[in-house]
Ligand binder design. Structure first.
Ligand SMILES: [Ca+2]
Ligand SMILES: [Ca+2]
Length: 229
């Protein structure tokens, strides 16, 4: 089985690089066939009516350890992107090419001119409950928006720039730190705005140092479903 990992959307507009074809890992194929599940760790918030909010503040080793404690693991970047696409091919978002189909908000992102104006037209100034927006074609919530998600993949720039070149991003906290190892984070967050980083797309990616622990990076685990689920 193959799937298309499209290039960075903004880069594609500028220089139209050819897409890269990757082999979908068997584990993801198994996940989609329901032997596995991608679980988004969340915890109830009394302040928000016990809504299940994504778990934040985990560095990469802590996220990895959490997944291991549940019998799972972090997804690779390719697994994550395959899952985020929800069965669609070559679309800008997990739901298609329109950012707001029929005027509907499909993910928790930033509306207004970042970083000065957050109009929260989608209903959330910060994080949102993990099921607040529609699931994708594979039944997965929040694959883009809300919080970035750690993957197990080491960061290497696939667009031709130097790996440690500082990046334009509303959410990047560690550009220029050449001493730290980076891992790929995917999906963007509630801080991602169309006027700036536009990274709430399956193809978008950036590197974060493994010791990053912020209010806009979470993770999900690949875990084996119990029989009958
Ligand atoms: Ca929002
Ligand atoms: Ca997310």
């Amino acid at each position: 089985m193959t799937f298309l990992m499209t290039p960075n959307f903004l880069a594609a507009v500028a220089v139209s690089p050819p897409p890269t074809t990757l082999i979908a890992p068997f584990s993801v194929a198994a996940a989609i066939a329901s032997a596995m599940a991608l679980v988004l760790p969340a915890k109830a918030s009394e302040a928000k009516g016990d809504a299940a909010l994504p778990m934040l503040g985990f560095s990469w080793p802590e996220a990895k350890a959490y997944c291991r404690s549940t019998g799972g693991r972090l997804p690779t970047e390719a697994e994550w992107e395959y899952a985020a696409r929800g069965g669609l091919e070559g679309k800008a978002y997990p739901w298609g090419d329109a950012s707001n189909p029929d005027g509907r908000f499909m993910a928790n992102t930033w509306q207004g001119h970042f970083p000065y104006e957050n109009s929260a037209d989608d209903g959330y100034e910060g994080t949102s409950p993990v099921d607040a927006f529609p699931a994708n074609g594979y039944g997965l919530f929040d694959m883009v928006g809300n919080v970035w998600e750690w993957t197990s993949s080491a960061y290497a720039d696939q667009q031709g720039a130097a790996p440690n070149q500082p990046q334009q991003s509303c959410c990047h906290t560690s550009a220029g730190d050449e001493k730290s190892v980076r891992r790929v984070v995917k999906g963007g967050s509630h801080l991602c705005a169309p006027n700036y980083c536009l990274r709430y797309r399956p193809s978008a990616r950036q590197g974060e140092t493994v010791d990053s622990s912020t209010c806009h990076i979470g993770f999900r685990c690949v875990v084996r479903k119990s029989p009958g689920n």
